[in-house]
Design a protein around this ligand. Sequence first.
Ligand code: SF4
Ligand code: SF4
Ligand code: SF4
Length: 424
Amino acid sequence: MAKVYNWQIGREMSYPYEQAAPKRQWAFVFNINRCIACQTCTFACKATWTFSKGQEYMWWNNVETKPYGGYPQFWDIKLLTLLDESHRKANRQMVWNSAKRQGEQRPYGTYEGMTIFEAAEQNGLQQEVALGYEPSDAEWSAPNIYEDTATGLTSAKGATTIASGSLPEHKAWFFYLQRVCNHCSYPACLAACPRKAIYKRPEDGIVLIDQERCRGYRKCVMACPYKKSLYRPTTRTSEKCVACYPRIEGKDPLYPGQPLETRCMSVCPGRIRMQGLVKKNADGSWAEDRQNPLYFLVKVAKVALPLYPQFGLEPNGYYIPPRWAPRPYLRQMFGPGVEEAIAAYTAPSRELLAVLQLFRTTQQIIFRYEIIEGPKVFETTIQGKKWQMYNDTVVGYGQDGREVTRVAVEEGLQVRPNKHANSI
Ligand code: SF4
Ligand code: SF4
Ligand code: SF4
């Protein structure tokens, strides 16, 4: 295998293909703290892309309740178990060395365990490039099982708690995990395809399956650890999220020529989603773009983290972790940056608070933002430290440099004139 650099795990890793970074990368940030599991995103995708015969159980976007829910069922537990078994066999551990943190190259230190590509190599899986499994039909059949089911386990065997929640961590807890294809920098689906039917677009990093080339071998279904490549029996091909590429290309008649956020992103009433295009260097690292909101959230504020970075795919979806869930569980899911991200979210800096207002204020992709300073409007103490809030205004600009949104930190108050009382 070739060697590529994965900044999320802070080291080089084995991958079947040489580094070939796109100019820009499709990426998103989901704020788990705000999601209400309304599934509007799920149905926006279904109504756009997967409403046909053979796609009945195909949910390119899904929202599952953690820790018990999953689509397909137990996808992450099963993969983590396989990875754990590989480490035991090799007498190695899935650990992070946080002492090795260093700038942009290693913002969270180094993952010293094996990725799913390295585990397959170690296991001598000659036919497989990545550790994986193919879910059964039963596992795909109940996409929202265990919705709103909390874990209330205490240390006593079989005992549960109904203790009410209080921060920093609730004793009984659950949270919603929103999932779409991560259009990974090192996609396992692409690496595993024997027909070379899967490709990553150089202009925006979107990963697509060529339906003409696909023969339905389902190697991608097996290899994708996030289980976001799915088999369609009526066409005998695999399909996956297409990142709503016509909208990214500016083909939507709503704003001709302007890149729009995807369907699942732009309908979200919880305002948890922001999507964008980040600039990449030839070596795969993110080019500095300080005023891009995604760059700011991931690289500067470090409030948003990748999903299971230890799998080694460098996924391009980032999550603001739920601040009430137990830290060891979150560290397993989002890596060692969890404490820092939650601290940043709990007492947001003046700039972060302003950027968080940009979520879902426009369907157009925001490429740059500026902040106009406003007066101090509130003061309190958070975790023993003084915290101040300013009514700043944040302005977002589109690809062509035109203003596409403008929003203040304090929501405006609209008073309906008397003559309109009770009218609709
Ligand atoms: S539309 Fe938004 S709030 Fe509703 S489930 Fe999807 S991500 Fe959550
Ligand atoms: S999430 Fe899965 S399907 Fe999507 S690009 Fe990554 S490996 Fe491929
Ligand atoms: S980006 Fe588009 S295709 Fe992908 S899950 Fe969202 S709505 Fe579906």
